[in-house]
Design a protein around this ligand. Structure first.
Ligand code: PPS
Length: 285
């Protein structure tokens, strides 16, 4: 499946046609979750791959075999992408790890009544937009990045692929008090203390680890370790699709990198839009 220049519009949100079809998106909305499933949900560039690695390793009790022999998109496929139905059907895992970038208003109904464990990861949106901008430059299945000024405008309008960051975060956050099986975690807390973040995820998954197992996870989930792991750094993807000569998928893995990209005017503009869109969500302001 190439379709590098195709965009699928689905419920008013654009998705890269290289990875999505109308049928795969429709199927995701009707997906029969199992109570044993673990679902990682995020807006792109928020720490998805990191969480895929953390969950894989927790469920393997720190054993590196799976995360170093099976690509992340096979052991934690994106539900809405065209290949996931086949991967999930072939899966023999007792506890499936599934990933999604879909907003809650689309995926929520399929989860209703399910005890699947959902982990929502989010990140400072200023770092998200910078990471997404660099990703657009090397991912040939995404539209041209253009200037950062224009890209930032499209991010704030919610017209980039995968839709509005604001709608995504608000939709999943609004479920905090309604879903027992939902954990929120931030990229920043994983950066600050990976050991404790892994502990938080392992308790949520009811998969307690001994100290040595946690330490193995910490080592294998470090930025340096993941950057060198071909099963997660996307170097298995052909250059025509992801051209890592233009920048690495594992780019710098830092918090606050937006300060190296935003001008003062862009920061002010961002703050104004952010405050107006998030005013009813005091935990974010
Ligand atoms: S995607 O395309 O949506 O799956 O991208 P996603 O995985 O959500 O986000 C990619 C960014 O996460 C960074 N990353 C990490 N940071 C710190 N530590 C570890 N272990 C790690 N793994 C991935 C990755 O470098 C991208 O961020 P930027 O800011 O571009 O470096």
């Amino acid at each position: 499946m190439a379709r590098l220049d195709v965009t699928e519009m689905f419920h008013g949100i654009s998705f890269p046609g290289h990875l999505h079809t109308q049928e795969s998106l429709e199927l995701a909305l009707r997906f029969p979750f199992r109570d044993t499933d673990v679902l990682i949900v995020s807006y792109p560039k928020s720490g998805t791959t990191w969480l895929q690695e953390i969950v894989t390793l927790i469920l393997s009790r720190g054993d590196p075999h799976l995360n170093q022999t099976v690509p992340n998109w096979e052991r934690a496929p994106w539900l809405e992408q065209y290949y996931s139905a086949a991967v999930l059907e072939a899966s023999s895992a007792t506890q499936r790890i599934i990933t999604s970038h879909l907003p809650h208003h689309l995926l929520g109904p399929a989860l209703q009544g399910s005890k699947a464990k959902v982990i929502y990861v989010y990140r400072d949106p200023k770092d998200v937009v910078v990471s997404f901008y660099h990703f657009h430059k090397m991912a040939n299945f995404l539209p041209d990045a253009g200037t950062f000024e224009g890209f930032l405008k499209r991010f704030l309008e919610g017209t980039l692929n995968y839709g509005s960051w604001f709608d995504h975060v608000k939709g999943w956050s609004s479920q905090k008090n309604f879903m027992d099986n939902l954990l929120h975690i931030t990229y920043e807390e994983m950066s600050l203390n990976l050991h404790d973040a892994i502990g938080k995820v392992s308790s949520f998954l009811q998969c307690p680890l001994v100290e040595e197992e946690v330490n193995n996870c910490v080592k294998l989930c470090s930025f340096a370790s993941m950057k060198n792991n071909n099963m997660v750094n996307y170097t298995l993807i052909p250059h025509e699709i992801m051209d890592q000569s233009k920048g690495s998928f594992m780019r710098n893995g830092k918090t606050g990198d937006w300060k190296n990209m935003f001008t003062e005017e862009q920061n002010q503009y961002f703050e104004i839009v952010y405050k107006s869109k998030m005013q009813d969500y005091p935990e974010f302001v």
